[in-house]
Design a protein. Structure first.
Length: 762
């Protein structure tokens, strides 16, 4: 999880002339959707009422009285709100909902001004304008008659002629009417350039009234700033706007897009030659044009270059945000290391605290654990790392007693809510997410705690530090007082953070941040075959399978991907629940290396949903079906609703007509409307990468040769260490052996270790 992403700036271009403003007055038609496809049916009528409407998503349910008939139809779809009284022409298809009967699913919607004065009156009194109800709507229509909409379009100052309306309310009507017209103009513009109604609604949600100007001037911003919009979609819209395939701005946008895509794969920079090749291939243009684009971005400081970094030949190219973050982290950590501590030195307290801790906790600190406590007592910044069962939590509890005895104000934090909850349970002290610690403000999308308003603490302990990416670490060290202590706890051998960077690994590799690396498995964990096998995998050795019926680690041999998938479904739905008494949905989690293939997340989720949750109210989004009771996962950080990438929940309510879901995450309920549903996916099976920071009672892991491109040692290690009571690997020994031999696939392009060495050593 990271701080709110700071996307690279988009190449600039002068905006074309704004599209002609099309209002509802004068009987003019207003196109709200793409041109009819020709294979739907068309209906005409007047909007009677709004059954449901979401400004966030653009999804509406309206009732329309058909022209020349007494019949009414229910229209559903994504389109700007046509108030009651509006006449519409809709193209689409008739569908039948199990509960609500026949509905008309809108593909395109053409709205025309109300044809009658009573229609105009209903239109204005529909709640379109705050403060204008039926009474004032009637007065406005009585004053201007058939010219009402013409007055609103072209001469709204005449509203002062309406008796009793008042200047303030007249001004409100003028502003609301202008906003209503602007939304229509924006939707016309976006959809005329190839954006679907749903995409147009999402673009409007992101940019608001400035959407036309922004998309006209910088269409490639869509790929960088609007979640779920790929470069191909932005490129298609740019082409529609007249941007040529070999235009310099397209090449520059391509360079920024490649840098962005590389950052989503964890890389902080890209070597210039590699960047050139990737961009030329993606855009299908000459490499020379890409070189010119890179130079232009560097000269305008929309990209940054670093020469002479060890480990790479050539020039490292960064986005400005990631370059600045990497430089700042190195400088801030160096300052933290060099600044005297708050309070008295802790060395003299270690012996007494260790004795007290052992007596109160009824445990004996091993030499390696005592050494780690002493290292943290001597050092302003310290890393404590090791695999499962090596006593990291015991050390944290001892350090908390040490800091308490020294009178330090200590806080505990972790990157995710799940990790913070586990930390609270293990230490009996409150732990919070890093976003909560830094007081993230959803409105400004910034952290309230920063270099200008630092945290009021003497020590901070961060668990699951391998999950902290570059941008979040940048925010954290900027908010720490220079006299405070920082303890980073985590397993460096797990997969690195989802976001860019490998902060924990780089801190250790730098050799200037004091590090306690633990390897001894303690007695209470030594009997666990899960723990033993995790350490065997870390050492490159094949895991051992239990033989009996009551074990905790099993290898199920399946060479074929389809056969592995069949075995997975059988294990989750029948064998594990029956043999171990575990719930197949709540307690058992499939963790797979890939999304595609028979044992990938997509196919497995479809099969498991059918097997485990076949009936109930549903909402379909594209090819995905969400059903009441489904296990789902959040796919992106949503700071407004405080749900984050990788959070698991269960669908607890569904409104099929409104296409609204309620998902319960732990003890919180979060509402998802139509436009938010792309943030969710089924989670009976999830990727191993998405499982970081989580623990499950049982994990089932497919590992076959079909996953060849993804297989690596720390991928398998991370998956195995997610299981608490049971781990089952389904696949081939050959695939497991290949993964144990592969230790390079998670290597990331970063320079933090090098910068740390330079900053600390002066």
């Amino acid at each position: 999880m990271s701080r709110p992403p700071q996307k690279p700036a988009e190449p600039r271009r002068d905006p074309p002339a704004a599209p002609a403003r099309t209002g509802l007055g004068g009987g003019q038609a207003q196109l709200f959707a793409k041109a009819p496809s020709g294979d739907g049916i068309t209906i005409d009528g007047e909007v009677v009422r709004i059954t449901y409407s979401s400004d966030e998503t653009g999804f509406r349910v309206i009732r329309v009285k058909l022209d020349g008939r007494a019949e009414e139809k229910t229209l559903v779809g994504v389109f700007p709100l046509p108030p009651p009284g509006t006449r519409v022409r809709a193209t689409g298809k008739l569908t039948r909902d199990v509960k609500r009967g026949e509905q008309f699913k809108v593909e395109t919607l053409l709205t025309v001004a109300p044809a009658t004065l009573s229609g105009v009156e209903r239109f204005l009194g529909s709640g379109l304008v705050p403060g204008v109800g039926a009474a004032f709507a009637k007065k406005i229509v009585e004053t201007f008659g058939e010219q009402t909409l013409e007055v609103l379009d072209h001469n709204p100052s005449r509203l002062n002629e309406v008796a009793g309306l008042g200047a303030k309310r007249a001004s409100q009507i003028e502003k609301a009417w202008e906003a209503h017209r602007a939304v229509g103009a924006i939707m016309i513009f976006l959809q005329s350039h190839g954006a679907s109604p749903a995409l147009a609604s999402r673009i409007y949600k992101r940019f608001g009234p400035r959407a036309v100007a922004i998309v006209s001037a910088s269409p490639y911003r869509l790929a960088l700033d609007v979640w779920g919009v790929g470069f191909k979609t932005a490129d298609r819209i740019a082409s529609s706007l007249g941007i040529a395939k070999d235009a310099p701005e397209r090449a520059q946008a391509g360079v920024l897009q490649v840098l962005h895509e590389r950052s989503t794969s964890g890389h902080v920079f890209t070597e210039r030659g590699q960047l050139r090749d990737l961009c030329a291939r993606m855009l299908e243009i000459d490499e020379a044009k890409v070189e010119v684009a890179i130079d232009a971005l560097l000269s305008e400081k929309r990209a940054r270059a670093e020469i002479g970094l060890s480990g790479i030949e050539g020039v490292a190219i960064y986005t400005p945000a990631l370059y600045d973050a990497e430089v700042r982290i190195a400088r801030k950590l160096a300052e933290l290391v060099a600044t005297p501590v708050i309070g008295r030195p802790l060395d003299s307290l270690v012996e007494r605290v260790a004795k007290d801790f052992e007596e109160k906790s009824n445990v004996s600190l091993a030499p390696a654990q005592r050494d780690a406590v002493e290292l943290a007592a001597r050092s302003k910044v310290v890393v404590i790392t090791g695999g499962p069962g090596v006593g990291k939590t015991t050390i944290v509890r001892a350090l908390l007693m040490l800091f308490d005895q020294a009178g330090l104000k200590t806080r505990l934090a972790a990157p995710t809510g799940r990790a913070a909850k586990r930390m609270t349970e293990a230490t009996k002290r409150e732990a919070v997410t890093l976003h909560r610690l830094l007081e993230f403000d959803p409105k400004t999308r910034e952290f309230t705690r920063n270099e200008m308003a630092r945290l009021d603490i003497g020590a901070l302990v961060v668990d699951e530090s391998s999950m902290v990416d570059l941008e979040l670490m940048d925010a954290l060290v900027s908010a720490l007082p220079q006299q405070a202590r920082l303890v980073l706890v985590g397993d460096v051998d797990q997969l690195p953070s989802v976001g860019p960077g490998a902060v924990l690994r780089d801190a250790i590799t730098s050799e200037v941040i004091p590090t306690a690396r633990l390897s001894q498995i303690f007695r209470q964990a030594a009997g666990s075959l899960i723990v033993q096998n995790a350490h065997r995998i870390h050492a490159g050795e094949l895991p051992i399978s239990d033989r009996g019926q009551e074990g905790e680690f099993y290898l199920v041999e399946r060479k074929d991907d389809e056969a592995a998938a069949d075995a997975l479904v059988g294990l989750v739905t029948e064998r594990i629940p029956k043999a171990f008494g575990l719930h197949p949905v709540r307690d058992v989690q499939i963790l797979t290396p890939m999304h595609k293939g028979a044992s990938g997340t997509i196919a497995l989720n479809e099969r498991l949903q059918t097997a485990l949750n076949p009936n109930g109210p549903t909402v379909k989004v594209g090819q995905r079906v969400f059903r009441l009771g489904d296990k789902v996962m959040q796919l992106k950080n949503d700071y407004d609703r405080e749900v984050y990438n990788g959070d698991l929940g269960f669908i607890s309510k569904i409104d099929q007509e409104a296409r609204v879901l309620v998902v319960t995450f732990d003890d919180r309920q979060v509402t998802y409307e139509e436009g938010d549903l792309e943030e969710l996916t089924l989670a009976y099976a999830t990727s191993i990468h998405k499982s970081q920071g989580s623990e499950y009672a049982a994990v089932v892991i497919p590992f076959t040769m079909n996953h060849f491109v993804m297989l690596s040692r720390n991928l398998l290690y991370t998956a195995v260490t997610r299981g608490k009571r049971l781990v089952v690997i389904v696949g081939s020994k050959r695939a497991i052996s290949l993964s144990l031999a592969e230790i390079r696939k998670e290597t990331r392009s970063t320079a933090l270790a090098e910068r740390l060495r330079a900053a600390v050593r002066g």
